[in-house]
Write a protein that binds this ligand. Structure first.
Ligand SMILES: Cc1ncc(COP(=O)(O)O)c(C=O)c1O
Length: 372
C-alpha cells in the first residue's frame, strides 16, 4: 500500500525560463511592435539554432509545434496525397496525427527489437512500395537516427523519409550519424522537451528548397509574393515563443550538464540490473527528457504499482502503441509483435534536470524492489 506521508517523485517537471530571464526579450517585442510573421526574434532564434546544429540558417525552419512541423515536412518533401505513410505504431499519437493532417494514410509497421525504431533495410524489401508516399522514422525517445541511411532509402526508392526526432534536440547536435541530411528532421520544442519554447517545432534539412517550401506551406502558401502560390495554412511561431527559446538557449549548457549527469547516473545504475532492459542507446553521449526501462519480470501494471506504492511516478509514454488507440484502430497495419511486447513492458522513470539526490535514491531503491 502507498505510504500517505510520502510526497510523490514526479515523472517529469518541465521548467522554462523565468519572467526575469524573459524580460529583455519581451521588452524588445514591446519596442519593435512586431509580434509574429517571421519577426526579428524568430530570425535570431533560427540563426542561434543553425549555430547549435552546425548548419546555415536557410537549413532551419521554426513553426508553431512539432505536429505541424511534421505534417508540413511531409507536404514540403512531396509526399503523395492519399498514399500510405509507413510509420511505427511505437510512437506518440502526434506522429500519426501529422500524417493524417498531411492527407496521408498512416500504415503501422513494426519496430526492430534492437533499436525500438523502424528498420529501413527491411522496408526496402516491401512488396507495397508503389502505394507508399512517405516513410516516417521515429527516434525512440531521443535515440540517434542514421540520417545518411534515410537519404539513401530515398535515393533508392524515390520515397521521401521524414524523421520524427521530437525528443532529439541534443542528439541531432551531438551524435555525428544523426546530423541533418536532406531528409527533414522534426524536433519538438514543446515545454516537456529538453529545450522548449512552450509550443514550437523545428525542422532541419540540408535541402534549402525543402525548407523554403515548408516555410511557404506554414505561411498560407505565401512566400516572396503576396499571393498564395501553393496550398498552405498558418503554422507560424510567434515572437513570444521565440523569446522563450532565446532565453532558454542562454542557459542550455548548464541544463545539458545536469541532464547528462542524471543520464550517466541512471545508466550506471540500470546497467547493473540483470532484470531490466534499458532503451538500447541510452547513456551513449546524448541527453533527452526521458529514461525508459523495460523490466523483464511481471507485467507493467505490477511494476508501476510497486513504484507508485513507494511514491514514484512513472509514465507509459507511448501507451500500447498508436494502432490500438480508438481513432487509429481502423488504419492499415502489419503484424506488430515487437511493438506489442515493448508496450507491455516499457515505462518512463522520473527524469528532469533538478531531480534531487534523495529522490534519485528513492527511485534506485524502487528499482531494487522490482528486480529483487
Ligand atoms: C514522438 C513524437 N512525435 C511528435 C510529437 C508532437 O510534437 P508537438 O507536441 O510539438 O506537437 C511528440 C510530442 O511529444 C512526440 O513525442
Amino acid at each position: 500500500m502507498r505510504n500517505p506521508d510520502l510526497a510523490n517523485v514526479p515523472v517529469m517537471r518541465p521548467q522554462l525560463p523565468t519572467a526575469e530571464e524573459l524580460r529583455p526579450y519581451i521588452e524588445r517585442i514591446d519596442a519593435a511592435r512586431y509580434y509574429s510573421n517571421h519577426g526579428p526574434l524568430l530570425r535570431e532564434l533560427e540563426s542561434a539554432f543553425a549555430a547549435h546544429f552546425d548548419v546555415t540558417p536557410d537549413r532551419v525552419a521554426l513553426v508553431n509545434n512539432g505536429t505541424v512541423a511534421l505534417s508540413a515536412a511531409l507536404v514540403a518533401a512531396g509526399a503523395r496525397a492519399e498514399s500510405k505513410c509507413l510509420m511505427p505504431s511505437w510512437t506518440f499519437v502526434g506522429s500519426a496525427a501529422a500524417a493524417w493532417a498531411a492527407n496521408l494514410v498512416p500504415h503501422f509497421v513494426d519496430v526492430d527489437p534492437e533499436t525500438w525504431m523502424l528498420d529501413l533495410d527491411r522496408l526496402k524489401r516491401r512488396p507495397d512500395l508503389a502505394e507508399v508516399g512517405a516513410v516516417m522514422i521515429v527516434s525512440a525517445f531521443g535515440s540517434p537516427v542514421d540520417t545518411a541511411a534515410c537519404d539513401r532509402f530515398t535515393d533508392e526508392t524515390g520515397i521521401p523519409v521524414i524523421i520524427d526526432c521530437a525528443a532529439s534536440f541534443d542528439t541531432v547536435a551531438t551524435v555525428p550519424i544523426a546530423a541533418p541530411g536532406r531528409s527533414p528532421i522534426m524536433i519538438s520544442l514543446h515545454a516537456t522537451k529538453v529545450l522548449g519554447t512552450g509550443e514550437g517545432g523545428l525542422v532541419l534539412s540540408t535541402d534549402e528548397t525543402l525548407i523554403r517550401r515548408l516555410n511557404q506551406v506554414c505561411n498560407f502558401g505565401v512566400w516572396d509574393s503576396p499571393a498564395g502560390q501553393i496550398l498552405g495554412y498558418n503554422g507560424k511561431l510567434n515572437e513570444y515563443n521565440a523569446a522563450v527559446g532565446l532565453a532558454f538557449l542562454k542557459t542550455w549548457p548548464e541544463r545539458r550538464a545536469r541532464l547528462a549527469a542524471l543520464t550517466d547516473r541512471y545508466a550506471k545504475l540500470l546497467r547493473t540490473k540483470a532484470g531490466i532492459d534499458l532503451l538500447p542507446s541510452f547513456g551513449s553521449g546524448w541527453v533527452s527528457c526521458y529514461c525508459n526501462i523495460a523490466p523483464k519480470l511481471r507485467d507493467f501494471n505490477q511494476n508501476i504499482q510497486a513504484l507508485s506504492n513507494l511514491g514514484i511516478e512513472t509514465r507509459r509514454w507511448w501507451q500500447n502503441g498508436v494502432h490500438v488507440q480508438p481513432a487509429y484502430r481502423g488504419f492499415p497495419r502489419d503484424p506488430l509483435p515487437t511493438t506489442e511486447r515493448l508496450a507491455k513492458r516499457v515505462f518512463g522513470l522520473p527524469f528532469f534536470h533538478d531531480l534531487t539526490d534523495a529522490d534519485f535514491e528513492r527511485v534506485a531503491n524502487g528499482i531494487d524492489a522490482l528486480v529483487g
